[in-house]
Design a binder for this molecule. Structure first.
Ligand code: NAP
Length: 411
């Protein structure tokens, strides 16, 4: 019998940032992987827009790595690979947030693995923890900083006082933001990742369309300055939580109290906190993107597919989604500087059941600016009050509201 390990053929769809890093790293690690698995991985073919044939790569591979991006051709190729009985590893969050249920069901039907660690938080092993370490665990809530581009921009604004536009330009110059950053800054990328995390944490189908999202484009250096005054950090936060028998999954900018584990996550790093009664809370953090980092997560999945598997379980629940959730808010209102204005704002808030935690008033030349932090309240009631305040004749600019996350702070 030969001691030479049998080949394990990996077909690579995509040879961009992630694909070229996979192609570079896999040969370097092939010997040690063969030592562990008894199989030696090798790249059996590479597909780009100008190179390779998908049919030939499919026929000549044991496993397909999809790092093309997009949801049309990627969906077709992943579907065909699964139907052909090949394991699939993908880094494509949009594909899974839109077609995950169908693809996971197809993979179960065909007895193959569909692995996707790199689709959320890059090399941070959050999928593995949810899918394997915490299987069967009752999870109450996840919070995540799952988009490195927006976290870089917000921490840059805080560190340097830069405007949103300047911080975005710096992120693009350093390669943390793409030429077209829309999916990142709008919160859509984070929403896709939160859909995947919520699917695993709550064992229920969650589609991208179930996740309302709000981006960071409208944030200003002043918002960050107020955050500093109130000892808060401003982050783009994804939340997935169980509320009674329902779920709320959403993405929006939020202020975090300094003691919150996510408040310390700086630059392009990602982090996810998982809250569950028996584990209290765990936080996982690390690089959320980058060629070698993401390729490392992809290769980890390839190895897992070579060794006997952990499957994504079939969905058990079909939980509904909450329309209205309770949040704390920071509210800033520019007003004409005249007597009784604060009392009128307090009255509107009081009528809507919104209770004020703190108020700071600052002069702004001709007018005044009121910065309020309010106790937790149903969002519909709060926004009703904001709309009423915005229509008052003494209000000189649309009021600005940002959520505040932290029980300690808001209690
Ligand atoms: N970049 C990261 O740090 C990162 C992190 C986590 C997850 N991801 C995910 O990983 C995936 C790939 O990202 P990336 O940054 O590596 O993208 P990229 O640099 O744009 O590379 C995409 C590659 O796929 C090929 N491709 C795209 N559409 C194709 C098509 N229709 N037919 C054939 N080939 C096609 C491109 O071919 P050409 O070379 O011919 O254009 C290119 O080689 C995406 O789903 C992304 O969300 C990326």
């Amino acid at each position: 019998m030969s001691d030479v390990p049998a080949p394990f053929r990996v077909g690579l769809l995509g040879h961009g940032t992630v694909g070229s890093a996979v192609a570079g790293l896999l040969p370097d690690r092939a010997d040690s992987i063969a030592h562990v698995t008894g199989l030696r991985p090798e790249i059996s073919g590479i597909l780009t827009r100008s190179r390779g044939s998908f049919d030939e790569i499919l026929a000549g591979s044991d496993l397909i790595v999809e790092v093309m991006g997009g949801t049309d051709v990627a969906h077709d190729h992943v579907t065909r690979a699964i139907r052909a009985g090949k394991h699939v590893v993908t880094a494509n969050k949009q594909l899974l947030a839109e077609h995950g249920e169908e693809l996971w069901a197809l993979a179960r039907e065909h007895g193959v693995q569909l692995r996707f660690e790199a689709a959320v938080a890059g090399v941070v092993p959050v999928i593995r923890v949810l899918q394997e370490s915490l299987t069967g665990q009752h999870i109450d809530r996840l919070h995540g900083i799952v988009n490195g581009t927006t976290n870089f921009i917000l921490t840059q604004m805080a560190a340097t006082g830069a405007s949103y536009a300047d911080a975005l330009a710096e992120a693009q110059r350093l390669g943390y933001a793409e030429a077209d950053p829309s999916d990142d800054v709008s919160g859509k990328d984070a929403a896709a990742k939160m859909a995947i995390l919520a699917r695993l944490a709550f064992d229920t189908p969650v589609h991208l369309s179930d996740v309302p999202y709000e981006g960071i484009e409208h944030l200003t250096a002043e918002d960050i300055e107020y955050a500093r005054d109130l000892d808060l950090s401003l982050r783009l936060i994804g939340t997935a939580e169980r509320i009674g028998d329902e779920l709320a999954v959403r993405v929006h900018p939020a202020f975090l109290y300094r003691g919150h584990p996510l408040a310390a996550v700086e630059g392009s790093f990602n982090a996810v906190t998982i809250e569950s009664p028996s584990i209290t809370e765990i936080t996982l953090s690390g690089p959320g993107a980058g060629g070698p980092q993401t390729a490392t997560a992809v290769i980890g999945d390839v190895i897992s597919a070579m060794i006997p598997p952990a499957q994504t379980p079939p969905t058990r629940n079909t939980l509904g989604f909450v329309d209205d959730v309770v949040s704390s808010f920071y509210l800033h209102v520019d007003v004409a500087d005249r007597p009784g204005v604060l009392a009128q704002i307090a009255q509107v808030l009081g009528l809507q059941g919104v209770s004020i935690k703190s108020v700071v008033q600052k002069g702004t030349g001709n007018g005044a600016r009121l910065v309020l932090v309010v106790h937790p309240v149903l969002e519909s009631r709060f926004f009703g009050a904001v709309q009423m305040i915005g229509s008052k004749d003494f209000v000189t600019a649309p009021p600005r509201a940002i959520r505040v996350i932290d029980e300690e702070f808001t209690a």
